[in-house]
Design a protein around this ligand. Structure first.
Ligand SMILES: C[S@@+](CC[C@H](N)C(=O)[O-])C[C@H]1O[C@@H](n2cnc3c(N)ncnc32)[C@H](O)[C@@H]1O
Length: 170
């Protein structure tokens, strides 16, 4: 999709961050947000080894706060080509409204884990691990919000835990 300016809401070991950074042109930039600097430092040697470290702009802190900080600058509105979200699932709906202001028309947002271990299709009384049960409602909620958002077209990619790809059409 020729993305040049992107955002990653999460880092951890940096697998998806590295994939994004590798796909960007030499002058591309990825703003990478994580609450824990140690996660950024964990994957940083791989970024250096892959020759993409200069494309990464790390922002430490809660992703919602960092998104709000980006929104304070008018130049960031409708500026980003691609955004990938794999952080706090209980805030995906809160991210969505913010990120829709940062992404450009024709751009794409990916929300990871939208099949949530298959739990999105589980009956209410099905026995589920505690953390799966806890986030189920939040993940169902973001799927409903995305499905009813006329500004986007979505594709639920049924690989592993599921990723919802949203193409911004207005
Ligand atoms: C599932 S991991 C991401 C894995 C990553 N996609 C990869 O390929 O390695 C989730 C990450 O989100 C971060 N995180 C959790 N809550 C967050 C928040 N409120 N704001 C920013 N990052 C958060 C965690 O620190 C963790 O690094």
């Amino acid at each position: 999709m020729n993305a040049k300016n992107t955002i990653e809401v999460e880092i951890y070991i940096g697998y998806s961050l590295l994939s994004t950074a590798l796909a960007l042109p030499d002058d591309g930039k990825v703003i990478a947000m994580d609450i824990h600097r140690k996660n950024f430092e964990l994957g940083y040697p791989s970024m250096e080894q892959a020759g993409v470290a200069q494309k990464i702009d790390f922002r430490e802190g809660p992703g919602l706060d960092t998104s709000d900080a980006l929104l304070l600058e008018e130049k960031n509105h409708g500026f980003f080509d691609f955004i990938f979200v794999d952080a706090d699932k209980d805030n995906y709906v809160n991210y969505h409204e913010r990120l829709m202001k940062l992404i450009k028309v024709g751009g794409m947002i990916g929300y990871d884990n939208t099949l949530w271990n298959g739990a999105v299709g589980a009956a209410d009384d099905e026995v589920l691990p505690k953390y799966v049960r806890y986030y189920k409602e939040y993940v169902c909620n973001i799927n409903n919000v995305l499905a009813s958002d006329p500004r986007i077209e979505i594709s639920q990619v049924p690989v592993s835990n599921g990723t919802a790809l949203c193409r911004i059409i207005m």
